[in-house]
Design a protein around this ligand. Structure first.
Ligand code: ZN
Length: 430
């Protein structure tokens, strides 16, 4: 038996050897962490070490998800003096009972789904990913396969969450859409209270259509303020300023440095429009908000500043609203094609910037779809100032590192320098 161990797959049930080996591994890990000297590590070495720790974290999360359902089933947690499985896992993992409960639920769902069990054995799912995939699979049949494929291709958590939202939307019947919106309507609220550490905190819940009516104005004003202030503070901070200003009846966009008029964009597949519901990989979503039912999207028709982009495959068939000029039409086509940052595994969808991806604008690169891609501001900076390149094409972009990748500090300095040069040029022209 021992001599053939290397050739046989891992045993289905953990043998005493398994527990012993795991114990040794944990002991080694503890020894390493206790003796770690971060101050002696270079930035590159520290990055590699964190990569390794992150892999260990995923492997550990997978192990917890694989074995905890057995503890639940057998009631063994009571033998350790815990009143519930959630209390037990909360205590051993150092989380709240509520977090432990949702973790146990995800593990239970994974145990009943062969695709998910396989992914856990591959030790490549983090706890939040398992929660997301298993919750989606519970309401959208076959979703685990699609999401695990995406995750295997290196998708970010944001990309997984977006894909999950679409799968859930496609799985909802018209009746359940109605029930969902009715539930949101019933639970709608806006609450605020003074925080003990100072300031007013709050939370709200509202219908997607209601939010779509005001969000574009808020976002446009937030972005205008953020740019005007040199993008130093986070956009979130300026979004609050914009919110307060708009509520106070302020002037809004159009002041100094006013940018494009805010508009709401709904992207929907022609087939979904005809059918009245979304199927498979079709889209019906409000840009910057997320998937909504076709019925909900239709309620926005006739709103000022609304643009309906009707998608057919990956092309746009119809653009409604104010798209008279070619650049606007191209921007619309680009928005439909590049739903998220073009860099694989990024998945950011807010504040995307248009990049001349093959031939730079400064080098006479044409402004045509083939030479354009949407990038998040961070990746745009890496490309513009850090030497990173985007190769391939829509749906198969590859993010290519330069021979000597630069640090974040270098890139920030390069951006500042370029901004200063641009300013100097403007002043000289004046
Ligand atoms: Zn990005």
């Amino acid at each position: 038996m021992v001599s053939s161990l290397a050739a046989t797959p891992p045993p289905a049930a953990p043998a005493p050897d398994f527990e012993h080996e795991l114990e040794q591994t944990v002991r080694t890990l503890l020894r390493l962490v206790r003796g770690a000297d971060p101050a002696a590590a270079s930035g590159d070495q520290a990055r590699r070490l964190v990569d390794l720790f992150a892999r260990a974290e995923r492997a550990a999360a997978s192990g917890i998800a694989l074995f905890s359902p057995v503890v639940v089933e057998t009631g063994s947690y009571a033998k350790a003096g815990h009143g519930s499985a959630a209390d037990w896992l909360g205590t051993v993992s150092g989380s709240s009972a509520a977090v432990a409960k949702s973790r146990l639920a995800a593990a239970g769902r994974a145990a009943a789904d062969p695709a998910l069990t396989g992914a856990l054995h591959a030790a490549d799912l983090s706890a939040p990913q398992l929660k997301l995939v298993s919750e989606t699979a519970a309401v959208a049949e076959g979703a685990s396969g699609t999401l695990l494929d995406l995750s295997g291709q290196g998708a970010s958590h944001q990309e997984l969450a977006d894909a999950a939202a679409r799968l859930r939307a496609a799985a909802r019947s018209r009746q359940s859409e109605h029930a969902r919106r009715a539930r949101v309507h019933q639970c709608r609220h806006l609450r605020s209270h003074q925080r003990p550490e100072g300031g007013i905190g709050g939370a709200f819940l509202c219908d997607e259509v209601a939010w779509a009516r005001i969000a574009p104005r808020l976002e446009a004003e937030a972005r205008r303020r953020w740019k005007a202030a040199g993008q130093k503070e986070p956009l979130d901070a300026h979004r609050l300023d914009a919110f307060l200003e708009l509520l106070a009846g302020g002037s809004g966009p159009g002041g100094s440095g006013g940018t494009a008029r805010p508009h709401m964009v709904v992207i929907v597949n022609a087939e979904a429009l005809r059918r009245g519901s979304v199927q498979g990989g079709e889209l019906c979503e409000i840009e910057g908000i997320g998937p909504v039912s076709v019925e909900a999207a239709s309620e926005l028709v006739g709103e000022g500043g609304l643009q309906f982009l009707v998608r057919d495959g990956i092309d746009i068939r119809t653009v409604t609203g104010t798209t008279r000029t070619l650049p606007q039409r191209m921007a619309a086509a680009l928005m439909v094609r590049d739903r998220t940052c073009a860099v694989e595994g990024c998945g950011k969808r807010h504040g995307l910037e248009v990049d001349h991806c093959r031939v730079d604008f400064a080098d006479g690169g044409p402004t045509c779809l083939d030479n354009l891609a949407r990038l998040c501001p961070e990746h745009h900076d890496l490309k513009t100032y850090g030497g990173w390149r985007l190769e391939g094409g829509p749906g198969r972009w590859r993010w290519i590192a330069p021979a000597h990748p630069k640090s974040a500090g270098y890139i920030a300095r390069a951006r500042k320098l370029a901004a200063a040069k641009a300013k100097a040029t403007t002043i000289r022209r004046e």
